[in-house]
Design a protein around this ligand. Structure first.
Ligand SMILES: [Zn+2]
Length: 58
């Protein structure tokens, strides 16, 4: 089962979304996107947990 996530689900005004085979893969893609486009988000254990909460089965 693939995993997907979108910035809109996080309440961001951003149309980005991604799908990957595993949660680990998806989080790597998300981390890259956050570092590049959402510099206001500090990536730490807490924010990573809440991002994981937005992951859906695709
Ligand atoms: Zn975004």
């Amino acid at each position: 089962m693939a995993k997907s996530i979108s910035c809109q689900d996080a309440g961001k005004e951003c149309t980005w979304s991604a799908t990957a085979e595993t949660e680990e893969e998806l989080m790597a893609i998300v981390t890259e996107h956050v570092l590049e486009h959402h510099k206001e988000i500090e990536l730490n254990a807490e924010s990573i947990e809440s991002i994981k909460g937005l992951i859906k089965e695709a």
